[in-house]
Ligand binder design. Structure first.
Ligand code: SF4
Ligand code: SF4
Length: 389
């Protein structure tokens, strides 16, 4: 819906502030990553609602680059929609997105957001990487391209395809799928950005274009089932593409393959592990169990939870394109560094992730915190790969 369709809803926000916290208030800090960083009401979900109402609905404030900077610092983590106590809570992230669409229309997006969108339009990815390089992560592996008749299309996404840290997860998942014997393949240079971040950044037209491009190739190849590396791709493909494909996040598929005995984890993996819930798997798609069921099925893994976990998980700060735009910024109070310190406090020696964006954000934070000798970031697919016979 467009922002005008929310005009009777936005003003109902009381700025009471429930949306800044966790659901049980047992955690004394703030769970909105933006407010946690800046501690200014204008950077809180309720403050943003009022700014949007005054500027983009009532016209009492002139929409400005400064407003745009505030709106684009939000990581779209969805804590506010989950925690707001009012009936319109589901609309809050939609209002934030609709306000960004207005910013796109008014050509007021921050320069770095414009760059992200232009790169995706020109190259099919935000990194300005050539399409043919989208295959590179699978070089020297036996992971092959999708062929008609394969049961699963392995949709890798931009971060897993191009980011050198996250490519480790892309390869590990490919290796696990090979060991399962499941017929699958990836698209490589025929894959374009899934558009999840483009949609979150408010570029509806570009999102529709990307959706069309991907859907066309899925149909040409007769794809029926898709497994994604990234929860961001999972969210876009499952909820915002047509429903003619069955879409799984890889943790759901691997959990089922372990349960059915197609993956044998009896070699085990000895480690104390804590798990970071990605927003687009947890809060957006209510999947908290599959990653934990995988980890606890592996002999030798001791799973310990962080203080903020499951629906109360604290965003790594990379959502809504922030992994690229970095509008929320770095520093000791950045969400990723706070999250790494929380993981370290559990005494775990592995911080397990199930998202290539979380992986790159938390890996950088780990180095900034100087904790590389005490904690390692590993994707669940890497842990699983090490445990397979
Ligand atoms: S969004 Fe909901 S919880 Fe947050 S300030 Fe507004 S009314 Fe309160
Ligand atoms: S979506 Fe997350 S980052 Fe954005 S305002 Fe809501 S709680 Fe804060």
């Amino acid at each position: 819906m467009a922002l005008k369709d929310y005009k009777d809803i936005i003003h109902r926000c009381f700025r009471c502030g429930y949306c800044k916290f966790t659901s049980d208030y047992s955690y004394l800090g703030f769970n909105c990553p933006v407010y946690s960083k800046y501690r200014l009401e204008s950077y809180s979900p309720g403050g943003m609602m009022w700014l949007i109402y005054a500027s983009l609905v009532k016209g009492e404030l002139k929409p400005s680059k400064h407003l745009s900077q505030i709106l684009y610092s939000c990581t779209m983590c969805r804590n506010c929609s989950q925690e707001c106590k009012f009936k319109f809570n589901e609309d809050i992230v939609n209002i934030l997105k609709a306000a960004r669409e207005e910013m796109v229309d008014k050509q007021l997006v921050p320069q770095i957001v414009g760059q992200f969108l232009t790169n995706v339009y020109d190259y099919g990815n935000p990194y300005r990487e050539l399409k043919q390089n989208r295959d590179n992560w699978a070089e020297n592996t036996e992971i092959k391209h999708y062929e008609k008749g394969d049961e699963f299309l392995y949709y890798v996404g931009c971060v897993g395809s191009y980011d050198t840290v996250s490519q480790k997860a892309a390869r590990a998942l490919g290796s696990v799928l090979l060991k399962s014997g499941l017929p699958f393949g990836f698209l490589g240079s025929r894959e374009v950005c899934d558009g999840n971040e483009v949609d979150m950044l408010g570029e509806k037209g570009l999102f529709e274009f990307l959706k069309e491009e991907n859907t066309q190739i899925f149909k040409e190849l007769g794809v029926k089932k898709i497994v994604t590396l990234s929860p961001h791709s999972y969210n876009a493909l499952k909820n915002n593409y047509s429903n003619e494909f069955e879409v799984f996040h890889y943790t759901q598929l691997l959990r089922d393959l372990v349960k059915s005995g197609k993956l044998d984890v009896s070699r085990g993996f000895k480690a104390k592990v804590t798990y970071h819930d990605p927003c687009f798997l947890g809060r957006y798609n209510n999947e908290y169990d599959a990653p934990r069921e995988i980890l606890t099925a592996i002999p030798g893994v001791e799973l310990v939870e962080m203080e903020r976990t499951k629906e109360n998980s604290f965003c790594c700060g990379g959502g809504g394109g922030n992994f690229y735009t970095d509008i929320l910024g770095s520093g000791k109070d950045s969400p990723s560094r706070i999250r790494v310190r929380e993981a370290h406090d559990t005494g775990a020696n592995i911080l397990a992730v199930a998202c290539p964006v979380c992986m790159m954000m938390l890996e950088d934070a780990l180095k900034a915190e100087g904790l590389e000798d005490e904690l390692a970031i590993k994707d669940i697919s890497e842990v699983m790969n090490a445990a397979l016979l």
